[in-house]
Design a protein around this ligand. Structure first.
Ligand SMILES: [Zn+2]
Length: 198
C-alpha cells in the first residue's frame, strides 16, 4: 500500500507489503511493464490529477505473489493491466463513477465498497465492463465473492421539450415533391380551363 501525490512510476506498482515480508519475487516481464505504462498514463495519472492523491493498494503481482494473497487465477494484476486504488475522502462508488464518466477502461469494479479495481488493455480491447464485488456466505459460513453488474455512468440528459411557439413548421420532404408538382399541374390545368370558359 502506497499513497502518491507525485507522478506514479513503475516501482510504485511493484511495491507489495506481502512480497516484502515473505520475500516473494515481484519482477515484471517487458510486456508487463508496457501494460503498466498504459495503465499509468490512461488511468492512474488522470485519477491522481483529478483527486490530487491516489492510494495504490495493489498493482503488479507475480504469479507467486498473486496466489500468496489469494488473487483470482487469471487476474489482470499478473499482466500489469490492473490496479486497486483508493482516494481518501471519497467512496469507491464516487471514484468508480468519476472513472466511468471520464476515462477509457477495460474492467471497473467497486470491490466491497472498500477500493476500486480498474484495468486497462488498449483502445481496441477495452471492454468497458462495470461491476460491484460483494461477499456472500454459504450454509457453512464460508465467504464467497460475486460480481454484480453496475452502471457507474451518468445517464444522458433528457432532451428539453420544445415550447409550442418555438416549434418549427413542418417542411415538406423531398419524397413529397412529385406529389406537389402533380397537384400544381392539376391546378394550372383547372385555371387554364376556366380562363378559356370565361
Ligand atoms: Zn484488483
Amino acid at each position: 500500500m502506497i499513497t502518491l501525490t507525485g507522478k506514479c512510476t513503475i516501482p510504485n506498482l511493484l511495491h507489495s507489503n506481502t512480497a516484502q515480508s515473505r520475500k516473494i519475487d515481484n519482477v515484471p516481464k517487458g510486456a508487463h511493464v508496457q501494460n503498466m505504462n498504459r495503465l499509468i498514463d490512461n488511468i492512474i495519472e488522470p485519477v491522481r490529477k483529478q483527486f490530487k492523491t491516489v492510494r495504490i493498494n495493489s498493482g503488479y503481482r507475480s504469479k507467486r505473489l498473486n496466489s500468496a494473497i489469494g488473487g483470482a487465477t487469471h487476474s489482470q494484476h499478473c499482466k500489469g493491466q490492473a490496479v486497486d486504488i483508493h482516494i481518501d475522502g471519497k467512496t469507491p462508488k464516487e471514484v468508480a463513477q468519476w472513472i466511468a464518466n471520464n476515462l477509457p477502461f477495460d474492467v471497473l469494479i467497486n470491490e466491497y465498497d472498500r477500493w476500486v479495481h480498474v484495468s486497462y488493455k488498449s483502445p481496441k480491447k477495452n471492454r468497458g465492463r462495470m461491476r460491484k464485488a460483494v461477499h456472500w456466505f454459504d450454509e457453512f459460513g464460508k465467504r464467497h465473492t460475486k460480481y454484480v453488474k453496475r452502471n457507474y455512468r451518468r445517464p444522458a440528459p433528457k432532451p428539453k421539450p420544445i415550447e409550442h411557439s418555438e416549434a418549427k413548421p413542418i417542411q415538406p420532404e423531398a419524397k413529397d415533391e412529385a406529389a406537389i408538382s402533380k397537384s400544381l399541374v392539376r391546378a394550372i390545368k383547372y385555371l387554364l380551363q376556366n380562363f378559356w370558359r370565361s
